[in-house]
Design a protein around this ligand. Structure first.
Ligand SMILES: Nc1ncnc2c1ncn2[C@@H]1O[C@H](COP(=O)(O)OP(=O)(O)O)[C@@H](O)[C@H]1O
Ligand SMILES: [Mg+2]
Length: 256
C-alpha cells in the first residue's frame, strides 16, 4: 500500500490517497524465478555428478572385460555378461541425460539439409549395410536452405536413424529423404523403415521421456529429438506405414 497527502486548490484541509495493490502475482513470479534457478543449478550439479560416475564405471567395465577373457566357468561368464550389459545400460542413460542437460537454445545458421544428411549417412552407411539393411537416400533438386543448428540436427537424425536401424531386420530397408512442402513453406525430412512398426496403443507415448520398449533403451532419444525440433519451430511425427514399418517425419519452416 502507498499513501499520498495533498491539499485542495483553495487551501482546503488536507486530503489523502491510499493506493492498494495486490502483490500476490509479483510474489508468485519471484518464487517462480527462484525455483527455475534452483532447478537449473540442480541440473548442472547432476550433470557434473553423472559425468564423474562415468570414470569408475569405465574402470569396472574394463576389468570385467578382462575377466570375461580369463574366465572358463560358464556360469561365472554368464554373470560377467549380465554385469557388462548393466554397465552399458547405465552408460547409455548417462550419455542421453548429459545430452538432455545441455542448453537447448539452437545456434542457427543457414545450412543445406541435403549436404547435412549425406555427410551423416556416410558415417553410418557401413554399420547399417553390415546389418544387411539396404539404405536409400532421395532428395529433389532445388530444396531451399534452412536455418538450423547443425549439431543439434545431426543428433536428431542420428537418433531417428538408430531407432530405424534397431527396428529393421536383416534384408530390410531404410529410406531417408527430403521433401519440399511448398504450401506450408517448409522442408521435411523423413526416415522410413521396414521394421515391425509401433503398436497403435503405444504410438502416443513414444515421445515421453523414459518410454522405451527396448531392453537396452533409455527412452530419451525421441524425447530429445522433439525438444530440438520444437526449439526450431518445427514438428516431428511418427506414423506406421500402410504395409510395414514406420516413418518418422521432421518438418522445419524455411524461414525462422
Ligand atoms: N523405427 C522404429 N520402429 C519401431 N519402434 C520404434 C521406432 N522408433 C522408436 N520406436 C519406439 O519408440 C520407443 C522410444 O524410442 P526412443 O525415445 O528413441 O528410446 P529408445 O530407443 O532408447 O527405446 C522405442 O523403445 C520403440 O518402442
Ligand atoms: Mg532410440
Amino acid at each position: 500500500m502507498s499513501t499520498h497527502i495533498f491539499k485542495g486548490e483553495g487551501g482546503d484541509g488536507p486530503g489523502g490517497v491510499f493506493i492498494f495493490w495486490e502483490a500476490g502475482r509479483r510474489q508468485a513470479l519471484e518464487q517462480a524465478v527462484l525455483e527455475a534457478e534452483r532447478l537449473a543449478i540442480m541440473g548442472q550439479l547432476s550433470a557434473i555428478a553423472l559425468h564423474e560416475v562415468r570414470n569408475p564405471l569405465s574402470a569396472v567395465k574394463g576389468f570385467l572385460q578382462i575377466l570375461r577373457r580369463e574366465l572358463e566357468d560358464v556360469r561365472q561368464l554368464e554373470y560377467v555378461e549380465v554385469m557388462l550389459e548393466a554397465m552399458d545400460r547405465v552408460n547409455n542413460l548417462i550419455t542421453d541425460y548429459l545430452r538432455l542437460a545441455k542448453p537447448c537454445i539452437p545456434e542457427r545458421r543457414h545450412c543445406c539439409l541435403e549436404e547435412l544428411l549425406r555427410d551423416l549417412l556416410s558415417l553410418y552407411e557401413v554399420e547399417i549395410k553390415n546389418k544387411g539393411i539396404n539404405l536409400l537416400f532421395s532428395c529433389p533438386a532445388d530444396i531451399p536452405e534452412v536455418s538450423l543448428d547443425r549439431e543439434q540436427f545431426h543428433e536428431v537424425v542420428v537418433n531417428i536413424l538408430k531407432n530405424a536401424a534397431q527396428a529393421t531386420p536383416s534384408g530390410g530397408e531404410i529410406e531417408v529423404g527430403i521433401e519440399l512442402r511448398e504450401e506450408a513453406d517448409s522442408v521435411s525430412l523423413f526416415v522410413r523403415d521396414t521394421g515391425p512398426g509401433i503398436p497403435e496403443d503405444v504410438l502416443s507415448q513414444v515421445f515421453e521421456p523414459f518410454f522405451t520398449t527396448r531392453e537396452q533403451g533409455t527412452g530419451l532419444g525421441l524425447y530429445v529429438c522433439r525438444e530440438i525440433v520444437i526449439n526450431h519451430g518445427g514438428e516431428i511425427c511418427v506414423a506406421n506405414n500402410p504395409e510395414r514399418g514406420c516413418t518418422v517425419t521432421v518438418t522445419i519452416p524455411c524461414r525462422e
